[in-house]
Design a protein around this ligand. Structure first.
Ligand code: HEC
Length: 149
């Protein structure tokens, strides 16, 4: 019995090691082939730091919303959506300061969708809230796919 367990474990480990090697090769391959051809925003060093700080705050807000949602604190989740991700004057000014019209549109669309998320969260339905959160996050994904600093 012990020998069987050992044999099965060894097989599993061997499989894992092999899978990791394949993945490594795959990544290396792509690392060489695919250049980062996203549009650069040509930001100054100070703006870069400011943007990344904002982005980390966005990520923290998403996490907070998920944690609040999982405990049924819809009102608090809604507050976070409006206050940290919504279209505040500060966020609007920030987005409007970029030259790229596409970036501006994505940024403003993102903050507006976060306010819509806040409205949905306040209604207290988990499924609708998750759908709205998913919708807001499509802006994170879309913008990151298209732009780099
Ligand atoms: C309108 C564009 C846009 C939107 C919307 C956007 N981001 Fe970003 N984000 C960027 C850009 C540009 C960078 C820099 C990426 C690069 O240069 O590779 C970035 C970087 C980041 C980083 C890296 C931070 C660091 O310190 O390295 C995180 C995390 C991040 N974004 C999270 C988010 C999350 C979460 C959302 C949505 C809730 C979001 N972003 C929405 C444009 C956007």
């Amino acid at each position: 019995m012990k020998a069987t367990i050992l044999a099965v474990s060894l097989l599993l480990v061997a499989g894992l090691v092999q899978a990791t090697e394949v993945e490594k090769k795959h990544n290396m391959h792509h690392g060489h082939m695919a250049a980062d051809d996203r549009t650069s925003l040509n930001l100054s060093p100070a703006m870069k730091q400011h943007q990344l700080k904002n982005m980390r705050a966005h990520l923290a807000a998403i996490q907070d919303i998920i944690v609040q949602l999982s405990s049924g604190n819809f009102a608090q989740a809604s507050n976070t959506a409006h206050q940290k991700l919504g279209l505040t004057e500060e966020m609007a000014a920030m987005c409007n300061s970029f030259e790229s019209e596409t970036f501006k549109e994505l940024g403003l669309g993102f903050h507006k969708s976060a306010d819509e998320l806040g409205v949905v969260l306040a209604k207290g339905n988990t499924e609708d809230s998750l759908a709205a959160l998913g919708k807001t996050m499509t802006y994170c994904v879309a913008c990151h796919a298209q732009f780099k600093q």
